[in-house]
Design a protein around this ligand. Sequence first.
Ligand code: CUA
Length: 327
Amino acid sequence: MRGDGLSASLPVHPVPDMFSPVSAPAESIRELSWLVFGISAGILIVVVGVLAYCVIRFRERPGDDREPPQIYGSNQIELAWTLVPALIVVVLFLATARTINELELRQPPPGALKTTIVGHQWWWEIRYPDLGIVTANELHLPVAGEGKDRVAYLTLESADVIHSFWVPQLAGKTDVVPNRVNGMWVAPREAGTYLGQCAEYCGTQHAHMLLRVIVHPQADFDAWVAAQKRPEVVDAAVADGRAVFQATACVNCHTLGGTGARGTFGPDLTHLMSRETIGAGAAENTPENLRAWIVDPDHLKPGVLMPAMKLDRADIDKLTAYLLTLQ
Ligand code: CUA
């Protein structure tokens, strides 16, 4: 369910497959993995081949009980089995060092779209400092242009424990560490939805710390930005629900533009209904699930840090009706 009606037609890639990269860092990683895989496969074939040859060629034959020739020391053989592996290690080291050097970027490149991603137990806070947008669990990016002019730079921070940001089709994993700022970049060249996942065990709901990256054509991305910047429009029909929200402890943990709620412990709800899931991928963002989430989040995501607010049925209906208007 999408308020902006944009990504409905974009392809969704349901398998986060590192072998189908659509962005520069993931492509370099795939190339390197094939190189390492190729060299390892070569070593396997040679070793198993020599072993099989020796087992067959020099096996014990009936009636032949002579002792095989005993060879003590051979400089040539020892040189060969020292130098060849050493050379292979050097090749792998240089190839890896080159790839790491290519991918490491300490500072955002000029012209990059800057985003800050904060890992929380168990959801992702996503900020666009230059655009003044805050959202959760969905990173929206424009498709990369020629060269690297539209690279997106991701600053990674943690609010609590170690998480790891991983969208296999876009880039390798980067750990999200408390009291440390890490950075990575992506340059997605195909529009679509790419799935990701926290890749470092971070507590009960590590498995439901899902993430989606929605890559739009530039014009759609601009429209998304405009929609996210739109201030809250209060519909008089849901004023009761808004009052319930403001009178409940919701405001301590959530920010909601226009209501005075400025909590930062939970996701910003200003444009809640523009997102595809709730609870960082725990459930689809449908009216039924949203209501069930407010009644008892633990039911949809056991261990979640949001408590059940114990509202009566009438208040839950009003509150749900209000949240459903937050496009
Ligand atoms: Cu966050 Cu696992």
